[in-house]
Design a protein around this ligand. Structure first.
Ligand SMILES: [Zn+2]
Length: 244
């Protein structure tokens, strides 16, 4: 029984320092988290997913290598459904663009229950995304977060054009432009291709944002209980290039 959530859970208990860092509001929110959100099986449904942050990254990249070579595993979805009916313990979380060509589960050759995926055009960390990743880390024990950008990102390209032309896009698109503008502006004077530079910059800025997202993600990152890394997906090869 978890003292924090009040439900049977296998998530890692946060230490006293972590509780102090969480603050009253966050602690209250997690304490009252409904069982439907908080419950995980008493034992992790996928023991092979209990990994260190470094091992999780190595497994993710090995999966990408299989995908690139065209030797992805055959996944037994029927067996997975049964195993996962009582909970989940994904070994990685991915913040990806919504672009239909990316598909993180495919590009890392992972199965159900392996990767906790948040997707939004331009792969940026909104408050909703941060909250989702807090859930993955705090409740599901996920040891790794990857921010995954990609080549030829339409959201980044539209932001560049909007800034260059001084135009306002229709509908809700200005919200995307506002979120991606800091990366575009930061990359504006760098040599080379602006779209590629802004895409990289957007990834590294969001890695930093997640690492410093207090109280939960920052606490786990500072204590080296999770790693937050960035990558860019290459459309032709399918390769994910890690950014420093
Ligand atoms: Zn995109």
């Amino acid at each position: 029984m978890c003292d924090l959530c009040g439900v049977s859970a296998n998530h890692r208990p946060i230490d006293r320092r972590g509780v102090l860092k969480l603050g009253a509001a966050a602690t209250a929110a997690l304490t009252t988290m409904p069982p439907a959100l908080a419950a995980t099986a008493a034992a992790p449904p996928k023991p092979e997913n209990v990994l260190s942050p470094d091992a999780a990254l190595a497994r993710l990249m090995k999966g990408n290598a299989r995908y690139v070579e065209g030797v992805s595993k055959r996944h037994d979805f029927r067996h997975e459904r049964e195993a996962l009916s009582g909970g989940q313990n994904p070994f990685a979380a991915v913040l990806s663009c919504a672009d239909s060509r990316i598909a993180p589960e495919y590009c890392f050759d992972t199965a159900r229950g392996d990767v906790f995926v948040c997707r939004v055009a331009g792969n940026f960390a909104s408050d909703d995304v941060i909250a989702s990743l807090e859930y993955a880390v705090q409740v599901l024990n996920t040891p790794l977060i990857m921010v995954l950008g990609h080549e030829a990102c339409g959201a980044v390209a539209a932001t560049i054009k909007s800034i260059k032309d001084g135009t306002t896009l229709p509908g809700h698109l200005p919200a995307l432009v506002a979120a991606l503008s800091p990366a575009v502006k930061a990359a504006q004077d760098a040599p080379g291709d602006l779209l590629a530079n802004a895409t990289n910059r957007n990834v590294t800025m969001n890695v930093e944002k997640l690492k410093t997202a207090a109280p939960i993600l920052k606490s786990f990152a500072d204590d080296k209980k999770i790693r937050v890394v960035g990558g860019v997906y290459e459309l032709r090869s399918g390769q994910v290039r890690l950014l420093a």
